[in-house]
Ligand binder design. Structure first.
Ligand SMILES: [Zn+2]
Length: 251
């Protein structure tokens, strides 16, 4: 499995945090090769093989991994014993303080976000596309970590993985108006008649509003639509494609 580790989160020796690329798996076109999603039409045996390889490479038990049926919502799930690999909850954020319980977020253009609070030892994995970001899934997850585990904003570290940038994410005027109305004009870019959105700018603005220390945030890796040779991109691959993932676990 070809992965990229988070420089920010790698500073902590009691967690593992990484993002996958499309390389190093066994899936066939158009899912070549490291697709991790079961719902996109790929051969489930290949997907399971990819999961097993990633687990072995990363040092966790694949059956302990929790992934999500992502629905572009603001629904957050706290891990309990009823949830396992075969019963992914319908949500867009997972949080836990359980060791060796890897959390996974999948994406192809949307922003995969990994969160760590080294003081309370709590981790999170968040799926933030345009809808999720505009519904404040990121600040809501941080709020839930505070309510449930006593996490404080000044302790939290956040890594945003490979996600479509303002260079490639073209939107229509109606969405543009909604973005503006919600106070995120800074995330919009005009190019003649065309309008582009940078979701990470929305997310960054939300973190600024919470006073997250700037050095506790990183945005790693390039835009998948620009680099579809390295990552799956829903837009660049014309929707029929696989999913990369962000994975985090406490040791
Ligand atoms: Zn791009």
């Amino acid at each position: 499995m070809k992965t990229i580790s988070s420089p920010l989160l790698s500073l902590f020796s009691d967690i593992t945090a990484l993002f996958t690329t499309r390389h190093g798996g066994v899936s066939k076109p158009p899912f070549t090769t490291a697709n991790l999603a079961f719902h996109v039409g790929d051969d489930p045996r290949d997907v399971l093989d990819n999961h097993d390889m990633l687990a072995k490479f990363s040092g966790y038990d694949r059956t302990k991994l929790i992934h999500m049926r992502q629905i572009h919502s603001d629904r957050i799930v706290l891990i309990d014993e009823r949830i396992n690999f075969d019963t992914p909850p319908e949500c867009d954020a997972l949080i836990t303080n359980r060791p060796y319980t890897p959390l996974m977020v999948m994406s192809a253009d949307c922003t995969p976000i990994l969160v760590y609070d080294p003081v309370q030892r709590v981790i999170g994995a968040i799926h933030a596309g345009r809808a999720g970001a505009l519904n404040a899934i990121l600040p809501k997850t941080i709020e839930r970590m505070g309510e449930t585990f006593g996490s404080k904003i000044e302790d939290i570290r956040i890594s945003m993985g490979p996600s479509i940038h303002g260079c490639c994410y073209e939107i229509n005027g109606q969405i543009g108006a909604e973005v503006k109305e919600k106070g995120y004009s800074e995330a919009l870019r005009k190019e003649g008649e065309r309008l582009f959105l940078d979701v990470n700018t929305v997310l960054r603005q939300q973190l600024d509003a919470l006073n997250l220390p700037q050095e506790h945030l990183e945005v790693i890796a390039a835009c998948p639509a620009c680099k579809s040779d390295t990552y799956f991109s829903y837009r660049a691959d014309r929707q029929h494609t696989g999913r990369i993932a962000g994975v985090i676990f406490l040791r």
